[in-house]
Design a protein around this ligand. Structure first.
Ligand SMILES: [Zn+2]
Length: 109
């Protein structure tokens, strides 16, 4: 199975560019490359009603972030603080790093 290369990674700050939470920013908690989806901290929170279980004796409502499509988020650059597209640059040591297309700063430390 081909793995889709996502433009964001875990711990990136991203901005939501579509949907009901458009304009909000948050930190990427998980990525699902095969599905092209990401989970962003405190965004797209859904309420899930649960029955009492051994883990959760009370049951009730659990709030949990639902994955959103990676095409609905943009990386927020740590240097210029703007939602931006990234390119990939080969560094002097041969490793690859993403850079901000707005301010040219390297995004990957
Ligand atoms: Zn930038």
């Amino acid at each position: 199975m081909a793995t889709v290369k996502l433009h964001v990674k875990k711990n990136d700050m991203v901005k939501i560019i579509a949907g009901k939470e458009k304009g909000k920013t948050g930190k990427v908690l998980r990525v699902f490359p095969a599905k092209g989806r990401v989970v962003v901290e405190n965004l797209n929170v859904i309420k899930r009603h649960t029955r009492p279980s051994q883990k959760n004796q009370e049951g009730g409502i659990i709030e949990k972030e639902a994955a959103i499509s990676v095409s609905n988020v943009m990386l927020v650059c740590g240097s210029c603080n703007e939602a931006t597209r990234t390119g990939v640059r080969v560094l002097e040591d041969g490793s690859k790093a993403r850079y901000c297309k707005k301010c040219n700063a390297i995004v990957d430390k």
